[in-house]
Design a protein. Structure first.
Length: 465
């Protein structure tokens, strides 16, 4: 029995100018992806490992004042977990989409590979800059060109998507499987996208599946999740209508058969989020020393992180000196560096959370679905203060109906501070603010001085000495 918590992170840009650390692909003939400079991945944290974990997809929204509420919409790369089935000696591609759910146009200024990604992967995209109207999607192709590649093994290609006027870039992660055989390759599309209501008609389509030596003649659909969905008219047609009876995360799967009877070497997979989340946590902050948010694109920009861990988990340190180690930065703590964590609470398809950066410095959102009886501890940690002084954090916790369970603003936090926000109870739908294990609410500068400290609210409060 496990609970899977997925964190999604972004690579911060360096004023969207030429920056080290991300590949521009300027010499590979990839077309439009070469026209924009890459964002600088170093801003994900002072330590290199903070950017090394990779990403599964990202939500990034319009820039806002950091003391304002999060924007209602986000800009997202879909699918959340993209896959590409590559054939040795051939060229294969898959389509990703940049989805604009905000109320304003979004301008894409470039797409490219990060440094160290496979050289045989490229991006085919429209000419930049490219505008995406509210509610629209901009497609682009990720191509695996294995015509000249030798000894290629399965890989993951990490891509950046730069947005005009944003100090953060979207990051897309594509899992690439390399086949030496010419088995047919399945492909899934869903007309409604990857976020669908419970019991709604979801139109899945496998007609884009391909066979190398004949035609695809058979389709076999399945899904893994909290409950078994229904396929109408059956699970053996190219384009069934699917209904998911319970809220949660599902993996839709498709295997195909060609006219000669050959089956696909591996199924196609697409992850869907069904129903509204049971809870949502939002973090915003402002830094008075940087009133214009000018530091958002600097390597030493203020960086605060949400943390979530099951109550009772332990980590490497005892911050408050009470003899018990807290979960923060341990194996069960989900945060920017550790994007996927399995908790021994319930089945992995029944519980999952997504942590999404929504633009600018100081905005994160955590969504939790199908919590069951899980009790989740929440915290905010100041990874880096930089040269800008204290930041003031505001955290809001919402229930599934949008009701406010917790709202506290202007908690002064300095370099290294860790604010234990409280505990969310999945069984009762309630939130208990304050200490997670009886310790002080704010533990100051834990890596230098683990002395517990109480929070100091208000813009004039600052951090305690």
């Amino acid at each position: 029995m496990k609970l899977t918590l997925l964190i999604l992170s972004v690579c911060a840009a360096a004023a969207l100018g030429a920056a080290p650390g991300c590949a521009s692909d300027g010499d590979d003939g990839a077309g439009a992806e070469t026209d924009a400079a890459a964002p600088d991945a170093s801003d994900a944290g002072d330590a290199a490992e903070q950017d090394a974990a990779g990403d599964a997809g990202v939500d990034v929204g319009v820039d806002t004042d950091t003391d304002a509420a999060l924007p209602a919409g986000v800009v997202r790369v879909e699918p959340r977990e993209a896959t590409l089935d590559a054939l040795a000696g051939a060229t294969r591609s898959t389509t990703l989409r940049i989805r604009n759910d905000t109320d304003a146009d979004v301008i894409v200024t470039g797409i490219g590979r990060y440094d160290g990604e496979p050289a045989w992967v490229r991006v085919d995209a429209p000419a930049f800059p490219a505008a995406i109207a509210p509610g629209d999607r901009l497609p682009f192709a990720v191509v695996a060109d294995l015509r000249a590649a030798v000894g290629v093994t399965p890989a993951r290609a990490r891509l950046w998507v730069a947005l005009a006027g944003r100090s953060t870039a979207l990051t897309a992660d594509v899992a690439i499987t390399v086949f030496a055989d010419t088995c047919p390759v399945p492909a899934i599309t869903v007309a409604e996208g990857e976020d669908v209501p419970v019991a709604a008609a979801v139109h899945a389509d496998g007609s884009g599946s391909r066979a190398f030596e004949s035609a695809v003649t058979g389709w076999e659909w399945d899904a893994v999740g909290p409950a078994r969905p229904t396929f109408v008219p059956s699970a053996f047609v190219a384009a069934p209508t699917v209904r998911f009876p319970r809220r949660g995360y599902y993996e839709l799967r498709l295997a195909v058969v060609d006219a000669s009877g050959r089956r696909s070497c591996a199924p196609a997979r697409l992850q869907l989020a069904v129903g509204e989340p049971e809870a949502r946590v939002e973090l915003v902050w402002r830094t008075p020393g940087d009133p214009d948010d000018a530091a958002a694109s600097e390597p030493d920009a203020p960086d605060l992180d949400l943390h979530a861990a099951p109550v009772g988990a332990t980590g490497p340190w005892d911050y408050d000196g009470d003899g018990a180690r807290e979960p923060w930065f341990g194996p069960d703590d989900a945060w920017e560096v550790q994007p996927a964590v399995a908790w021994p609470v319930q089945a992995p398809w029944e519980q999952r959370a997504e942590l999404a950066w929504r633009g600018g410095a100081g905005a994160e959102s955590l969504e939790l679905r199908n919590l069951g009886g899980a009790r989740v501890a929440l915290a905010v940690h100041v990874w880096r203060e930089g040269a800008w002084g204290p930041s003031f954090a505001t955290v809001r916790v919402y229930g599934g109906a949008g009701e406010v369970l917790f709202d506290r603003g202007d908690v002064g936090l300095c370099d290294g501070d860790l604010w234990e926000i409280g505990v969310l109870d999945g069984a009762t739908g309630t939130f208990t603010p304050g200490e997670v294990d009886g310790a002080a609410v704010v533990e100051g500068g834990w890596y230098e001085d683990p002395t517990p400290r109480e929070p100091t609210p208000g813009p004039a409060g600052g951090c305690l000495p």
